[in-house]
Design a protein around this ligand. Sequence first.
Ligand SMILES: Nc1nc2c(ncn2[C@@H]2O[C@H](COP(=O)(O)O[C@H]3[C@@H](O)[C@H](n4cnc5c(=O)[nH]c(N)nc54)O[C@@H]3COP(=O)(O)O)[C@@H](O)[C@H]2O)c(=O)[nH]1
Length: 525
Amino acid sequence: MRMTANHRIPIAIRSLAVLCACTVTGLVVGGLVAYQSTELKLDHYGRQLIAYAEAYNSEIITTLDEVNASPHPFCSDQDINRLRELVYHGHIVKEIGRVRNNMLYCTSVNGRLDHPIQETPADLVTPSGKSIWLNKSLYSVPGMRGDITQYGEADFIAAQNAFGDLREDPMGYTTTLANHVTGKVLPTAGDPLKLTNQEVLAERELLRGDTFYVARCSERFAPCMVTSITLHKAWLMNSSLIGGFALIGVLAGVVFASMNLLHWNDRSLQAQLRRALRYNQITVVYQPIVEIKTGKIVGAEALARWIDEDGNYVRPDVFVSAAEELGIIGKLTRVVLDCVVTELGEHLRSHPQFYISVNIAAADLADPQFLPALENVLRTHDIATRSINLELTERSTADHHMAISAIHKLRERGHQFFIDDFGTGYSSLSYLNQLAVDAIKIDRAFTDAIGTGSLTAAIVPQILSMAATLGVTVVVEGVERAEQSAYFAALQQHILAQGWHFGEAIPAKDLMRLFESREAEKLLA
Ligand SMILES: Nc1nc2c(ncn2[C@@H]2O[C@H](COP(=O)(O)O[C@H]3[C@@H](O)[C@H](n4cnc5c(=O)[nH]c(N)nc54)O[C@@H]3COP(=O)(O)O)[C@@H](O)[C@H]2O)c(=O)[nH]1
């Protein structure tokens, strides 16, 4: 798995994807903010219009009340003068008329009419009993049209451009008159109404075609206001806001993409190892552990393997030490454990006597999360604790107190505990007794010394006898040659062994095949 040129393409694509994702996120966030801001503006604008419409209605009502309360005889000169005074003082009133039994008798413009005029039926009657005619041709000013409100014996003609000052660009509005009882809504001015009566009366915010609408109604009077803006105008109004967010997105994208590139361009062993652990680039092979007298495979040791991003094989002792120095050895242990239960779970469940030895580090023993995580992974895969042995180098047990208590807890839960590389570290006989382990793995240096007559070779029988005294199983490491195997096989002691003579570390499927073939041979023998 070479990860040079080939590997950089996905990194570049990933960086580009990060850049695009951040930019799109910036645009989306900008769009949402712009949407919120536009809705707020339309809402604010609609409420302003409603407030204005309410003031407009107040003037109509006050004026009509004053006319109806006139102390002068109906359509007398004083009465007509009073109408003219009210028009003069009003803001939006253009004309006032006097009405009796649906007949118009006099107006502020024309005075008394020679012939009273019959009124047509009103367009809308409000719940308070006011009759309203919209855009009606005016008797008093031929050719002109106006909105008329009539109440009691008075009618009121309002200025057509009463809302003219409020037409803000680029917002648009439509004034409507609503009868809240009948649900009738009459558009009066502004753009054609694209909302239904129900939508107006429900004061909804809606997108119709390319236009966004917000309807607001007066609580006291008939008017409702529909404010609107086309998406194009909204985009123009908010382009700098959206652009700002998009720019932030691009900048964030550049930062993240650069971090990504830097992250992947750091080719140091440490950086690559971190990535290997994060992206599951560590694999595991298994070296058989056999009964030296029979050759029966009783288990295997899980050994981590790593090909770095430049395609180079990195020796486990190198990356294991690096992981320890970086404080990420716990992650390596968990990656290996995950591999074991995934690759060999089925085999372990169906062969309860078979076990896998997993190397752990002193840091794992000290980590309070280690045991719960181990239990969790075994529970999830329904694997017995007996099926997973833990191996710790003798050197790693230097902190006696911590090692004794951690090993005790693990054994209590059913794990077997092996001391690795025995003879190279600091164990004294009494210390080994205190550690209370299941097996010691005699370091390869002793196996190599067999038959050499060296001092190292002379120590082997002492170690074996010490183990026998303590009732601890012995696993001999690094058995490469037949004579080494024969030496240990000739002993009375029950000894397990590991080494190239019995088999190198192999992938899980090969291990299972080897196990099955040995079992078959045994049956045939
Ligand atoms: N904490 C962890 N340590 C780990 C893990 N995986 C490996 N290791 C430790 O790294 C050290 C080197 O391991 P490796 O290169 O895998 O070497 C092992 C065998 O391949 C090798 N071996 C086995 N048989 C022979 C042999 O006949 N001759 C010979 N020259 N070498 C042989 O020995 C290594 C196994 O040794 P040991 O663990 O002492 O039983 C080593 O210390 C590994 O433990 C890991 O996941 N975590």
